[in-house]
Ligand binder design. Structure first.
Ligand code: RIB
Ligand code: CA
Length: 314
């Protein structure tokens, strides 16, 4: 049976590929897409989710906007990585995407989707965790309808936005704290794992070789993403963080997992937003979170290239 999934995202170049993967693979039933402020403002991340679905021919999946700011603290964007639009690179034009925005807000769509699903739903957040935290706070009665939370965020090592904190967690540490302490099954794919899946020129060439308008757009996305990751971080190729979440759902053997206690730092002067991952059990805290570690990178890229091929050939 396909896994029922809600993507909660901030497109964002890597979020865009996660949408493609979820829509393309038969192991996933993409029930809804909700958006959150993160890589860019909520208005831009929502428009970008619509753009991705429009160009990929993804129809019938509600796209609803969520929170425009974190529970606490300032709004933060990643314009230096994703550009002014949040999805710089391709020319999407100025016209409205033909895929509409759902008139309901994200909380309503998540609630109604959870209630309507015959099976518990897997939540896949790949942006700041504000929408997920709001859902858990507003509707604790829906916890039984949530199978698990598979998120991109944090790191077992260093951050990427401060030396200690990864972007998604730093954008809303209080929301992340609520999610990690929710008691729901949480699987975390942090930078320690996602930095293993870099879109090398060889991968980009494989996608270009598909020769479809969608593959061309994906090449433009990756080319831009590579330019900013080179400029900002000196990376030889950009890490495609977010699709590690859906790839794990499709093939659980793709990434090795360990169980650890994960705590979000909320008050550290220099460490706010850090995920403190107790890999050796020294804190005595319960090791309830699954943490992604080693990635089968060939297997990952096979899934990504196939998703672009499938959607581009429809
Ligand atoms: O730190 C990387 C994460 O932050 C990714 O999800 C990227 O899309 C941004 O949201
Ligand atoms: Ca993201």
């Amino acid at each position: 049976m396909p896994i029922p999934v809600i993507l909660d995202c901030d497109p964002g170049h890597d979020d865009a590929f996660n949408i493609l993967l979820a829509a393309a693979h038969p192991a996933i039933e993409l029930l809804a897409i909700t958006t959150v402020a993160g890589n860019q403002t909520l208005e831009k991340t929502t428009l970008n989710a619509r753009r991705v679905c429009a160009v990929a021919g993804i129809r019938g999946v509600p796209i609803a906007a969520g929170r425009e700011r974190p529970l606490h603290g300032p709004i933060r964007v990643a314009e230096n990585i994703h550009g002014t639009s949040g999805l710089d690179g391709p020319g999407f034009g100025e016209s409205e995407p033909e895929v509409p925005q759902d008139p309901r807000d994200a909380l309503t769509v998540m609630r109604e989707t959870l209630l309507a699903s015959p099976a518990p739903v897997t939540l896949v957040p790949t942006g700041p965790l504000t929408n997920i935290a709001v859902l858990l706070l507003a509707h604790p009665e829906l916890a039984s309808r949530i199978e698990r939370i598979v998120l991109m965020g944090g790191s077992t090592e260093r951050g990427n936005t401060t030396p200690a904190a990864e972007f998604n967690i730093l954008c809303d540490p209080e929301a992340a704290d609520i999610v990690f302490r929710s008691g729901l099954p949480v699987t975390m794919f942090g930078l320690n794992a996602t930095h293993q899946v870099r879109a090398t020129p060889e991968v980009v060439a494989r996608i270009a070789g598909l020769g479809t308008p969608l593959s061309g757009l994906c090449v433009d996305l990756l080319t831009y993403f590579a330019s900013t990751y080179r400029e900002v971080y000196g990376f030889d190729a950009p890490p495609l963080h977010d699709p590690l979440t859906v790839a794990h759902l499709i093939n659980p053997s793709l990434v090795s997992l360990v169980r650890a206690a994960v705590t979000v730092e909320l008050t550290g002067t220099h460490t706010r937003g850090a995920t403190v991952v107790d890999l050796h059990g020294v804190t005595g805290r319960p090791a309830v979170t699954e943490v992604g570690m080693e990635v089968d990178t060939d297997g990952f890229w096979e899934l990504i290239v196939e998703a672009v091929r499938v959607l581009g050939s429809r």
